[in-house]
Design a protein around this ligand. Structure first.
Ligand SMILES: [Zn+2]
Length: 113
């Protein structure tokens, strides 16, 4: 099995013969440059995702309005508060939670019922 000449994935330099197949870069600086690029790409992707996330504050406000509208249409008033949740390591941001006075996902029965 002959090893075709390979070049660095970050610059045009050829990789030395016998370089391990997992090694894609000719030098540490090339490897770091490539990993920095990949991190930046992923961070941008995460930021895009975060904007449409129901755990974001905007998402929580949208959901709160949806739930309130749903029950208002049915003649029930529910009280929903947006509360700041814990910092999510995976999202790298604080999460936003909804806290309502509903029981099992339904408005509380009034005392008359
Ligand atoms: Zn290189």
């Amino acid at each position: 099995m002959t090893d075709p000449a390979r070049t660095c994935a970050a610059c045009p330099s050829p990789l030395p013969a016998g370089t391990h197949p997992m090694v894609k870069y000719c030098s540490e600086p090339c490897r770091y440059a490539a990993s920095r690029q990949s991190v930046a790409k992923h961070q941008k992707k995460d930021a895009d995702k975060r904007r449409s996330d129901p755990c974001s504050k905007a998402g929580a406000e949208k959901l709160k309005a949806q739930i309130e509208r749903y029950w208002a249409d049915r003649g029930k008033a529910v009280s929903i508060k947006i509360v700041e949740g814990p910092f999510l390591v995976t999202q790298r941001s604080v999460s936003w939670w909804l806290r309502s006075d509903m029981v099992d996902g339904r408005p509380r029965p009034t005392t008359k019922e």
